[in-house]
Design a protein around this ligand. Structure first.
Ligand code: NAP
Length: 305
């Protein structure tokens, strides 16, 4: 019987991993929220994990406030500490205890080199579009500080490869699904749209930024499949099938929910946010079976809320 330690246990994805934990078989699941292990307390990361001696560590904990960390230097420092520095200690703890480490990263590690350089045009996206998106081994190049902090986290783990780190870096994008147990759990795009539609007759939605939605229960199950299938260590991309821009996703949502609301497509520029978003950050999946479409997953989510 193996022991699985889940960090970020009260977050959106952490909650789903625990909920689906019967799929881990007869394994022992140990959920750790922030109160059990604060990732800012580097000194206790290795010691607390060593007390548990897990066979697998799954880290879903992260700093995710994309706009805040772009705007405020102190927040960016916090993002670096949680998304990068703490991840280095998790890697060291995994090596010390001979544990497998699963760590989540983001599509936001991509996008910078193709669409935000001066003179950039859509032609430079062709290579990626022909491959069905950014592949696991494509060179990352983030457009915002959050993406940079997630990339640095990946790099910290890759540096430990020589020290025999057993790792899975799972990049994912645009999560949605049941809310986590934490009272601070973030609303997904779909939750936000449904809330806004309650007291509005029309809504403006960005009609660009193509990437893939990911249903957290599907992500949790495929993570478990990777572990139980003992896949080769390395970088994996997990997302539901079929990329979408925000506008198309909102249209599908309101159609499925029979909500009558006018949706105005707007450019990203007319919707100013502190952090730039990639215009294109579709994750190509070349290593795993494809998950069902995001529309099918959304249908299931809506049935259950
Ligand atoms: N959400 C997305 O659309 C998206 C897209 C791409 C990639 N990802 C990645 O997917 C993973 C899961 O995301 P999610 O949406 O499930 O995140 P989430 O719901 O925001 O959960 C993150 C968890 O991290 C915990 N945490 C934050 N700072 C911590 C600290 N210093 N010490 C210990 N725990 C701390 C939070 O604890 P509290 O509850 O106490 O605050 C929270 O439970 C993350 O790695 C994220 O970067 C997410």
């Amino acid at each position: 019987m193996s022991k699985i330690l889940i960090l970020g246990a009260d977050g959106n994805l952490g909650t789903q991993l625990i909920k689906n934990s019967e799929l881990f078989g007869f394994n022992q699941i140990i959920p750790f929220g922030r109160k059990d292990l604060d990732l800012l307390d580097y000194d206790s990361i290795i010691s607390k994990i060593s007390k548990v001696k897990p066979d697998v560590i799954i880290n879903t904990a992260a700093y995710n406030a994309v706009d805040k960390c772009e705007e405020f230097e102190d927040e960016f420092k916090l993002a670096k500490k949680i998304n990068s520095e703490a991840v280095k200690f998790l890697g060291k703890a995994a090596i010390k205890n001979n544990s497998v480490l699963v760590h989540y990263s983001s599509d936001y590690v991509f996008g910078g080199d193709v669409c935000h350089e001066d003179g950039c045009n859509d032609d430079c996206l062709l290579k990626f579009k022909e491959n069905g998106g950014f592949r696991e081994d494509d060179e990352p190049c983030p457009v915002n500080k959050y993406g940079l902090s997630k990339l640095w986290g990946e790099e910290e783990l890759l540096k430990l490869k020589d020290k025999k780190l057993k790792y899975y870096i799972i990049r994912t994008s645009k999560l949605f699904g049941p809310k986590g147990r934490s009272s601070d759990s973030k609303d997904s795009f779909f939750d936000l749209m449904l809330k806004l539609s309650k007291d509005r007759n029309e809504i403006s939605v960005v009609n660009e930024e193509l990437s893939c939605f990911t249903y957290t229960p599907d992500l949790a199950c495929q993570t478990i499949d990777i572990l139980s299938g003992k896949k080769d260590y390395g970088i994996y991309h997990i997302r539901n099938s079929g990329p979408a821009i925000w506008y198309d996703a909102a249209r599908e949502l309101f159609k499925m929910k029979n909500v009558s609301i006018k949706i105005n497509p707007v450019s990203a520029e007319s919707f100013p946010r502190p952090a730039k978003r990639p215009k294109y950050s579709v994750l190509a999946n070349s290593k795993l079976p494809n998950l069902r479409s995001w529309q099918e997953a959304l249908g299931e989510y809506l049935k259950n809320i």
